[in-house]
Design a protein around this ligand. Sequence first.
Ligand SMILES: *Cc1c(COP(=O)(O)O)cnc(C)c1O
Length: 358
Amino acid sequence: MHKKLFIPGPTEVFPHVLEAMATPMIGHRMKEFTALMDEVVPKVQKVFYTNNFIILSTSSGTGMMEAAVRCCVNKKALHTVCGAFSKRWAEISKSNGKEYDVIEVPLGKAIKPEMVEEKLKTGQYDTFFLTHNESATGVMHPLEPFADLLKKYPDIVFCVDAVSSAAGVKIEVDKLGIDFLVTSSQKCFALPPGLAIAVVSDKALKRAETVKNRGYYFDILQFKKYWDTKNHQTHTTPTISHIYALNKQLDKILNEEGLENRFKRHIEMANFVRKWVKENFKMFPEEGYESITLTTGENTRGISIAKVNEELAKRGAAIANGYGDLKEKTFRIAHMGDLTMNDMKWLIEQLDDILKKM
Ligand SMILES: *Cc1c(COP(=O)(O)O)cnc(C)c1O
């Protein structure tokens, strides 16, 4: 039996997307590919309220996280760590031999702009990394206060991991001044995994021109060169099937559902699941920083989350256990992508019934 995915990626993929994935193949040096890119890229820009350069990378999101580090860090990076995914970004800086510092908060807590300002004002940094939605803990950072702070530091490249929030939460890239936004296909875009999207500013592209050893596969200047001088192609063979699916999905998002409705639906689902968690357990994230795409509950009843998931599997669904050290201590219910209020109501009914019998 297929288990409907209430996990923070991959998310449930609906039939219209699966069908688009099966579109007959074209060559990536053919005019048909240029036509496809010319359709899809402006739609991606709409999702992010931006005129910035769009990269469609054949990798998971981590590939573009690596690209941000390799292409934008010259002097020193400032990383903010509040869970496993933000920690991974700092590890990417480390493994690429970059100079970096880390601001770290305990799991479940959020990074505060004041902590960042204290570091930035020392003048040591040329890049700042923030994880919008930390999927390991269910903490979401409001972006505006960080954007306002970064406006005081125009030489710093502002990088945002929006892997598990983009297309589920409104992110106005140009207004916020985000220089490098990264996301993946398999979260709120509700496509299969394998495609990463990056939104890259002129400032980030200019920075890349000054950075040595950017590599080849994830070099943002290679992507830019092929866009500018090779009919909007990519420098290596891209996952054309994903690009077809993205194009189809963006038609649904922009024309059928509407962006504002999509964002509203995510907030409604979050409010509904949070209410249930508060009635039955306790919210794990610090108050005021609860994610809109993923609700993390603290396992205050000491039940076996693995057992809950076993029971849920029999009914055709899966939620996520806590991440890493938080396994069995927390549980995560994702409400991202194309899931609806009806899906969430059905899930909560199942969970209520399972809990009663435990
Ligand atoms: C899923 C996730 C990642 C990793 O993305 P991949 O597409 O698996 O490489 C990074 N950051 C966050 C916040 C995520 O949720």
